[in-house]
Design a protein around this ligand. Sequence first.
Ligand code: SF4
Length: 133
Amino acid sequence: MSVEEALDYIKSHPEGALQSDLWKALKIDSRKCSRIVAKLLKDRHITREVESVDGIRTYRLFCVSRTSGRRFDPLMALDAFEPCAGCIEECIPEHCASLSEWIFSIVMSSDEVAPSNAIQEEGGSQALRSPSS
Ligand code: SF4
């Protein structure tokens, strides 16, 4: 069983393929399947998310070409990824420069006229402000 066959199987499942189904479909044991998945992950052909099926932990595998440009589009503004995903900072959204910059990118990408004073310095951090403030 080849890596290419595993990738073809994953590609044929736009909703993502469960790793627990992959090794059964390819008629290989789960250890060999794990090695194939590891290679596909290392080569960045796929991504995976933990999933529980009937109380058993497995992974849902996604072909990268199918995930990029679709699943994460709502989290992208121009080339900036939504900053709250995975953030471990102490959260004060009103004073978060990362969030303000991301929102500003959304405004810019929507081709609306952005006010020149949209981002102002406040107490060492940037905050998004309306044009009247
Ligand atoms: S608002 Fe800022 S601090 Fe809060 S989670 Fe988002 S990026 Fe992190």
